[in-house]
Design a protein around this ligand. Sequence first.
Ligand code: IMP
Length: 434
Amino acid sequence: MSNVVIVGTQWGDEGKGKIVDLFSDKFDIVARYQGGHNAGHTVTVQGKKYILHLIPSGIVHPGKVCVIGNGVVVDPAALLYEIETLKGLEISVEARLFISNRAHMIMPYHRAMEAGEETARADRALGTTARGIGPCYEDKMGRRGIRMGDIFNEELLAAKIRENVKLKNSLLKEIYGREPLDAEATLLEYRFLCERIKPFIVDTAEYLNREIKRGKRILFEGAQGTLLDVDHGTYPYVTASNATAGGACTGTGVGPTSIHGVVGIAKAYTTRVGAGPFPTELNDSIGEQIRVKGVEFGASTGRPRRCGWFDAVVVRYSSLINNVDTLVITKLDVLDGLEEIRICTGYAIDGKRLEGFPTDIETLERCRPIYESHPGWMEDTSSVNKYSTLPQTARRYLERLSHLIEADISIISTGPERTETIMPEEDSKLSKLL
Ligand code: IMP
């Protein structure tokens, strides 16, 4: 009975939502293990588009249980908004959504601190989603965070909010020259919000392990991508959590031996939102063409995504860090109509080829991509769902990617709908995992 992790192999937005949705039928529970409402997973079912930020995309499947693990940071207002939106779409979350009592809560002062810090960074700003994610994780590590379980203890919650607001107000005033927050107003607001969230809070680590013992299958849903991982990504231009597969264990309390496979998701090209190095970025009409055709605008913030060629160095590195078993390539159809398609096969610094992926951004910023040129295809591949009907040049492109990354490609996505997918062969590694 396999439990599987879905992980992004680039800078996020690889199309994980569609793949989680596609796999959900095979699993009983979908669990998020990190990040917060900075993520945006778009799922399209029968022409209806759902954008989920916090609740795992498995929720659109009736009967599936969704878990928000301890590694996730939860903004109560954002969560309630999402629950209400789902209800409006006639998707009920009652008895199907569980939130960890160990998950940390995003507070108004986290957003205020983030705004102050981003402004202070000036031209070194990270370009965060401004959701308070980073400061919430800072408080978690600083051992002053407020956890979901704390809302059951009125006195403790009040004391923690007052203490934190006091500390943050002095920082906001002294360091960032910002307006202080009102602790009592925050307390009132959170008491009200949390009352409605209480029914969803449980010990999800205990729940997940019990369900595994009962033979239930879990799909672990990663948010963001490997290059945004706080340890393995392009630090400091990263998010504040472990988006890599290892995060599934620490972010849910399920041990590594209970996880049997890792599926890496990569777009047929590369995108990035926010600041930071991006070696294959295209600041030209091709980049613009990809952005428009691929509708490359942030699902959470609406910001235009930076677009570029496929970077095989990045995905090979991600494949290694996550121990990816098999790859899914998404949005192949976005490359339709390009005469030439390039793949970055390596980096050069001062004319010398570099081995591996640099650990520091100063080096990465100096890297020049080494490109291989491939003929494109003029045919329309959108909605193609059979490998043999893809244009030969598209098949060659995919085979080259697989060779460069040293991983097999088991699914190719050619459009947002479930039906617009080339599914794995019966005897593929992925079919065995599923
Ligand atoms: P934060 O996660 O809001 O702290 O932002 C840190 C960096 O991660 C910024 O560059 C964001 O644009 C990026 N980021 C956060 N979440 C996502 C996502 O879901 N997709 C793509 N980029 C993201």
